[in-house]
Design a protein around this ligand. Sequence first.
Ligand code: NAD
Length: 268
Amino acid sequence: MTELVTTRALFDLSGKVALVTGAARGIGRAIALRLADAGAALVLCDIVEDGVAAVAAEIVEAGGRAIAHAGNVTISSENARAIAAGVAAFGSIDILVNNAALRGWVTWETLTEADWDRFMEVNTKSVFFLSQAAARQMVLQRRGGAIVNIASTAAAHPVRWKVDYNTAKAGVAMMTRSLAVELGPHMIRVNAVGPGGTNTAGGPGSIQSGFSPEELRQMGEDWKRRMALPLGILDPDEIARAVLFLCSDAARAITAQILYVDGGYLAG
Ligand SMILES: NC(=O)c1ccc[n+]([C@@H]2O[C@H](COP(=O)([O-])OP(=O)(O)OC[C@H]3O[C@@H](n4cnc5c(N)ncnc54)[C@H](O)[C@@H]3O)[C@@H](O)[C@H]2O)c1
């Protein structure tokens, strides 16, 4: 029988180093603050340099450890620099949270090939290649690790006017399960969190132009109708709590799972 571990110890990330992408704002920022509060040292990546520096400063001011890395997740050399910076500053990379993504609304008729490529590059391809680079580092360290991909309810239920996003996130969900199978022998767990509509600048507020007020109203109604709990739009920290769980020892036997944090949206 295994010895009883305290609940506090299960969620304690002291001694762990976490790399979080898209950490300058929204859900990525909330994840960074939550993991730092659990004791992890943070490597924060984002294309928005001042934003990511501000979040790193916020963590350090609160007594945590964090460095900011201004970089684009689609550029392998910049990802390699982020990993190297984390190892140089804190000694390892134990957790990767692939959170950075593009979001937007576009109809099947107006979606261009260039937009499609951009979405797939940021939302799917970069998730694989950053995971590959981080997993190489984790394998070298020989002490396992955790990768958490931020998918979306869109991976399971198509959202209107998001054929590119839905497809990209469904790819992330299958990538999560595929990598979990390959990385399991190295004790690297790979899971995903699938948020429902969450209150961020890139979230419900970022609807692109070209839709009529009536179309936007319908979109809001579709969403509300599917919510099982009267929670309304979610708070970014409600997503971050699920990420903490999957990164922690409380989830030690959990891999290849997509945990939807959606207030019941997918059940509706
Ligand atoms: N907000 C929601 O309602 C919602 C719902 C489901 C899933 N999600 C997912 O949650 C994650 C975060 O969403 P959010 O609403 O906080 O988004 P957001 O747009 O507010 O933040 C995304 C962050 O990623 C960064 N980023 C974008 N492209 C990048 C790149 N190429 N390299 C590095 N950084 C880059 C942006 O600068 C930004 O800081 C995304 O994966 C999104 O698809 C969000």
